[in-house]
Design a protein. Sequence first.
Length: 204
Amino acid sequence: MSFFYPTLVAMLVLLGFIFFVGRQHRDLLRVGAYGEFAARLLPLITAGVLALGLPFVMRYTIEGNALLVLLTYLAGTALLTVLMARAVASDERRASTLFRRAEYDKAARAYEELVSRRPLPRYYSALGASLDASGDPEGALEATDAAVRLDPKLGIALYNRASALVALGERNRARQDLQAILRVDSNRRLKQAAQEALESLEKG
């Protein structure tokens, strides 16, 4: 039984995932955080290496046990990939979970800890969002200012800074940040949110 084509399909799927994950974390490349970027891709790269090894494993498998070996190998590959993915940036995931649960004070403390260890623009931006949501727009502005200084193309940092600026009554500066989101590295959803915020500012 040939595993060439299934392996090829698996590799193409993994390459698609690698491209997608790489695009999600391209802000890390802009600030030279190559180790952090590679860590995000490592689980998928590991899965790719294991997928490439499947034909060699199956070649030396006893014919009657082929299906069992195949299922065990695939399950082990999937489990290892999931475990590695969960291990990567687990502290970032915990802070993000706190924010989604609306535990903004705890999220802010978690992001402050992240910033103290790895001062990445994305962490400053998330810290700003947490502080803004917890009722501290001045602290939010300081954090998001740091994020934008480190990475002027980080759209979410501009969005979070605009929110803090609106809370502080600086609507013109907020408008400039929202307009900048439409020109920099932002996904479609963020650009739509920025456009809606701009329209709301114009009505206000």
